[in-house]
Design a protein around this ligand. Structure first.
Ligand SMILES: CC(C)(COP(=O)(O)OP(=O)(O)OC[C@H]1O[C@@H](n2cnc3c(N)ncnc32)[C@H](O)[C@@H]1OP(=O)(O)O)[C@@H](O)C(=O)NCCC(=O)NCCS
Length: 248
């Protein structure tokens, strides 16, 4: 099934629970994704790629996250303002250059969700183990949590990964992040083990030796397997990652 058709189906499923109207999907592929719907009485909601000029959108999104949410969602150095703009620009460049598949969910033009697959364009670390496994991140602005957006974004990313031919999707989540844990379990993700994970950075850049991290934390590692024939190779790759993290 094409990514556009899969997005249409996902939004129709969301519609049945949340009363969505007027779905439009204008999506050629993961790098040109545009899917919108109307939540009656609330507004027009749109998922779109992160693009050039999005630094203000990143700042606006960050302003809607509580300290707790920033701690749980830590791909950017939230507490180091002098580094933040550069980190946002790096995320934009990685999206534009098709390294990461990165998106905003907007409500009436304001970013209320941010979701991405690091190294969706090809993960050299995973490839060295014979598998293609991008790494997922999602967050919903605090005022918009609990409306199904997180679950929807995780499912969109799963569809994106499938459209790109990934063997699996990996993610990590803090041990005490119950909403995250439930969101991933309900979207079909499996627990694989505890991993020591770098914070406030692109985790895949740290694994590649291209970035370093000052803060680390034990997290749950989870996967969604997309290619059953690669199960053993994917599980081996994830076990190697858990081992390697202990040595960094
Ligand atoms: C985790 C997060 C993305 C979830 O997004 P959300 O829009 O609030 O979640 P949803 O409304 O889509 O809920 C997803 C599922 O999890 C369940 N869920 C959410 N919070 C829950 C909780 N505290 N207890 C039990 N179930 C919960 C929902 O019932 C739903 O399941 P269902 O579809 O079977 O009903 C969001 O809370 C968030 O951004 N938190 C801060 C940042 C963060 O933790 N990011 C993830 C880092 S790993």
């Amino acid at each position: 099934m094409s990514l556009a058709l899969e997005l249409h189906d996902l939004l129709k499923t969301y519609l049945r629970r949340h009363g969505v109207a007027a779905i439009t999907v204008d999506t050629a592929d993961a790098w040109r994704l545009d899917a919108a719907f109307t939540l009656p009485g609330i507004g027009r909601c749109r998922a779109r790629n992160v693009r050039k000029g999005d630094v203000p959108a990143f700042h606006a999104f960050g302003a809607g996250l509580s300290e707790r949410s920033k701690d749980l969602f830590s791909p950017y150095p939230w507490n180091e303002p002098e580094k933040l703009k550069g980190a946002f620009q790096a995320a934009i460049d990685a999206s534009v250059n098709r390294v990461d598949a990165a998106y905003f969910l907007e409500m009436e033009g304001e970013p209320v969700g941010h979701f991405f697959l690091w190294k969706a364009g090809g993960n050299p670390h995973a490839r060295a183990h014979g598998v293609e496994v991008p790494e997922l991140g999602v967050a919903v602005a605090d005022a918009w949590q609990g409306r199904g957006f997180g679950g929807l974004m995780v499912r969109i990313l799963t569809a994106v990964a499938r459209s790109l031919g990934a063997d699996a999707v990996e993610l990590t989540t803090a041990l005490d992040n119950e909403p995250g844990w439930q969101t991933y379990l309900r979207a079909g993700y499996e627990y694989t083990g505890i991993i020591r994970n770098p914070q406030f950075v692109d985790v895949t850049a740290v694994a590649a030796g291209a970035a370093t991290a000052a803060v680390w934390r034990d997290e749950r590692q989870m996967i969604l397997l997309l290619n059953e024939t690669k199960r053993d190779a994917v599980l081996h790759y994830l076990a190697v990652k858990r081992e390697e993290a202990l040595k960094m």
